[in-house]
Design a protein around this ligand. Structure first.
Ligand SMILES: Nc1ncnc2c1ncn2[C@@H]1O[C@H](COP(=O)(O)OP(=O)(O)OP(=O)(O)O)[C@@H](O)[C@H]1O
Ligand SMILES: [Mg+2]
Length: 126
């Protein structure tokens, strides 16, 4: 789905929540995943104006995973290791979105190129 507004960010949370529930994730894991999705989509609206979210159910042995990719063609991040530190923000807020997201999920990958955009892939396993 396209992420163009704070309303889209909220809708994305509800959609991911439903998919994760249907895939059999427990309440705590769903909360962690949806908090992560909220952080990433909020960043898109705040820093890149718009972006794209895709969600997919993965299967590995008995486990199911929810993979969410949030990508944009915004300004990109100059220094990813710095942006991943706690309390680093260019937006005047807490600067906990990206590091918090990483702590809340099982897999976290970020790619970003200045001037080209940013892509974050997260997975939460059941
Ligand atoms: N999609 C993005 N495009 C461009 N820059 C980004 C993007 N996401 C994050 N950043 C940069 O990385 C910094 C850290 O992001 P993070 O989400 O951790 O903190 P924040 O958004 O500033 O504050 P918080 O999420 O706590 O409200 C941001 O301040 C911004 O400079
Ligand atoms: Mg943020």
């Amino acid at each position: 789905m396209r992420i163009l507004s704070p309303q889209d960010a909220s809708l994305a949370v509800l959609i991911v929540k439903d998919i994760a529930h249907a895939a059999g994730l427990g309440g705590l894991k769903i909360s962690a995943l949806t908090t992560a999705v909220s952080e990433l989509t909020t960043n898109v609206v705040k820093y890149a104006e718009h972006g794209l979210l895709t969600v997919q159910v993965l299967e590995r042995k008995q486990l199911r995973g929810i993979e969410v990719i949030v990508e944009d063609r915004g300004p990109g991040i100059a220094d990813i290791p710095l942006a991943m530190e706690d309390h680093v923000s260019t937006g005047g807020t807490l600067g906990l979105g990206l590091p918090g997201t990483k702590r809340m999920v099982d897999e976290f990958e970020i790619q970003s190129t200045l001037g080209l955009g940013t892509s974050v892939r997260i997975v939460k396993w059941s």
